[in-house]
Design a protein around this ligand. Structure first.
Ligand SMILES: [Ca+2]
Length: 184
């Protein structure tokens, strides 16, 4: 949030606009080896390119993503998040908060991540592992939707996706680890 002085008109307008949204969740997303996140201060309930991160992998590789759940309300709020997966079911998917496996609760009715002060957040990790049984082009998508407990608006959504590509070209000499595809 802007920290503008009383004389800063833009800051005052922005804070006034935020005040109208009483229960705003803000989800961010990145691959675990990315520095930059996507989706900060972008709010939309439903998948959006600006809040989606995806990566191709080889059949037995792992794609790992972080999802940040931030309270962008002007007050402390209890936030919840839900994960819905779609696509080829042959993937192994694990959800974690720190070292704790949260797979059952986040794919259930809704996970409560606790009460967060304005601007505070928690980070989650989702890991997708391809298996040898997957064909090239096999894809798994997971949509995360966060919102304040009991809120009727202010929801936000991020999406992660992984896709198996069998034709990834490895290094030509054979003396280095396999090359990894990058979406950059
Ligand atoms: Ca967002």
């Amino acid at each position: 949030m802007a920290q503008g002085s009383a004389g800063n008109v833009n800051s005052t307008l922005r804070e006034s606009a935020l005040l109208k949204v009483f229960d705003q969740a803000d989800l961010w997303v990145r691959r675990t080896n990315d520095v930059a996140w996507k989706g900060n201060d972008i709010y939309f309930e439903g998948p959006l390119a600006a809040q989606t991160r995806e990566t191709p992998i080889r059949p037995t590789e792992t794609a790992a993503f972080n999802v940040r759940v931030q309270n962008d309300s002007e007050r402390s709020r209890e936030l919840t998040v839900k994960a819905v997966a779609s696509g080829d079911p042959g993937w192994q998917v694990t959800y974690q908060q720190g070292a704790t496996d949260i797979s059952a609760v986040i794919t259930g009715p809704r996970m409560n991540v606790g009460t967060l002060a304005s601007g505070a957040y928690v980070d989650l990790t989702v890991t997708l592992r391809g298996t040898n049984a997957l064909d090239s082009g096999s894809r798994r998508e997971i949509v995360f939707t966060g919102k304040a407990l009991g809120a009727t608006n202010g929801a936000d959504t991020v999406m992660v996706a992984a896709e198996v590509l069998n034709e990834i070209i490895v290094n030509s000499t054979g003396d280095e680890p396999d090359a990894r595809l990058s979406t950059r």
